[in-house]
Design a protein around this ligand. Structure first.
Ligand code: EPZ
Length: 415
């Protein structure tokens, strides 16, 4: 397993370009099944999770050619409708292929994705969506088989604004007979990107970004080219890196509209943030002020930024209260931060963080994608050297992470 070695304490400066969004790219890659033709995607992040998606597409019979951040997918020769169990277990978000396979071929078989590093991650809401659309669901020994003769549009009310369940409902309804209306839909920007992509293919979808989405079924979908939106969580990650290191950086190809709750919190903590067209400049104070955070579904404060902003609070002046309302097990990283000198007390959904003067280098282990990124930020501002193991977690969601950090002056090497 690879590891990062980071020598902390340097003030960072300079500029980097934000990559395409992992969480927009994954459902869009799955949606390429729907046109049984050619899909050309640009600005796709070259990360572990997108590579896994290409692997699944190839196992289903599609062809994939990738050149850096441009990917060409030909889904005209798909002849398998079963998501490989080994890949499903490695990446639970591959459940997003089910909506596409059902939408196009009216059948899909997959294994329970199982929990992951941040919670049990059930798929009950996804299954409820499929049942509502008249899909028969058989379960045996951990495998789920879905099939139907045709899909008729329906009204679907989600118990919780689940991002994945909203995306699967859209994918399964694009080629249905009649109209599907999703209420209590997730409002994340990645769902707007999926709608824009599908409408470019010839779908008839409106309302993404609101809590009600309408999908008018069409007969066929055509070849398409599309540019994936920038990654709002990568943007927030680098803003917090600057905030923690008294840094001054500029992020290019960033969309500030997607992360206003994070920008608001960093300004409350004392950062100066200037927003140009698709650039964000941050100038951090010597010492951050403590802020409180409550994670909520979009447009509330994003759960994916919880560990990252909480890490910035470990060296802020004052005490911060963090409440994680989305996932039940998203504080594992705090144990690693405590090894670096952080003062954090976790009780259930709440973490109380008492700011310390500084953090100290230590040997730590990444516990999940965003928790791992948080440890990198902690190491960049700590006194001394930090070794971070299990960085494969981080490589799942951050493209050229060590290269971008080095560009900003962080003393990091990969072993
Ligand atoms: C997406 O996951 C993102 N992943 C996650 O980002 C993100 O944290 C999450 O949305 C919330 O914003 C991708 O887009 C690939 P959910 P998803 O369904 O769709 C519960 C990252 O770091 N739930 O909105 O799986 C679930 O357990 C990743 O990039 C059910 O109970 O999230 C969780 O508590 C991590 N039943 C809550 O809903 C279901 O059937 C939110 O889950 C589905 C979800």
């Amino acid at each position: 397993m690879s590891e990062y070695i980071i020598k902390g304490g340097k003030k960072i400066s300079g500029e980097i370009c934000i990559s395409g969004s992992k969480n927009a790219a994954l459902p869009i890659i799955a949606a390429s099944i729907l046109n049984s033709g050619k899909t050309t995607l640009y600005n796709v992040p070259d990360i572990h999770d997108t590579q896994m998606m290409y692997e699944i597409l190839k196992r289903l019979g599609a062809s994939v050619t990738k050149k850096k951040n441009k990917v060409i997918i030909d889904s005209s020769r798909i002849n398998c409708y079963e998501i490989p169990e080994d890949l499903m277990r490695q990446m639970r978000s591959s459940v997003i292929f089910v909506g596409s396979l059902l939408g196009k071929y009216k059948k899909a078989t997959f294994s329970y994705p199982g929990g992951c590093d941040i919670g049990t991650r059930p798929i009950d809401l996804h299954l409820k969506v499929f049942e509502k659309l008249g899909i028969n669901i058989g379960k045996n020994y951990g495998n789920i088989s879905c099939s139907c003769d045709k899909i008729i549009g329906e009204k679907i009310d989600l118990d919780f604004p689940s991002v994945g369940a909203t995306e699967n409902a859209i994918l399964a309804s694009c080629l249905a007979e009649g109209t599907t209306i999703i209420t209590n839909a997730a409002r994340e920007p990645e769902i707007i990107d999926l709608q824009n992509f599908l409408n470019k293919m010839g779908a008839k979808i409106k309302g993404a970004g609101s809590n009600q989405i309408e999908i008018k079924g069409v007969k066929t979908l055509k070849d398409v080219g599309y540019n994936v939106m920038p990654d709002r969580i990568e943007t927030g990650t680098f803003l917090c890196l600057a905030a923690m290191t008294n840094g001054k950086i500029t992020l290019k190809n960033a969309n500030s509209n997607h992360i206003t709750p994070v920008i608001d919190k960093l300004e409350e903590a004392g950062c100066k943030i200037i927003i140009q067209k698709n650039e964000i400049e941050i100038d951090a104070p010597k010492k951050l002020k403590a802020v409180n955070i409550k994670t909520m579904p979009y447009p509330g404060f994003p759960t994916d930024m919880q560990s990252i902003v909480a890490t910035a609070m470990t060296i802020a002046k004052g005490t911060s209260i963090i409440v994680e309302n989305i996932f039940e097990n998203r504080y594992k990283y705090t144990q690693e931060l405590i090894r670096m000198g952080a003062k954090i007390n976790v009780e259930g959904k709440t973490a109380v963080i008492k700011g310390v003067r500084k953090l100290y280098g230590a040997n730590v282990k990444a516990t999940d994608l965003r928790g791992g990124a948080s440890l990198v930020l902690a190491a960049a501002c700590a006194k001394g050297t930090t070794k971070i193991e299990n960085i494969e977690y981080i490589l799942r969601g951050y493209e050229k992470f060590d290269y971008k950090l080095q560009q900003l002056g962080v003393n990091i090497i990969v072993k």
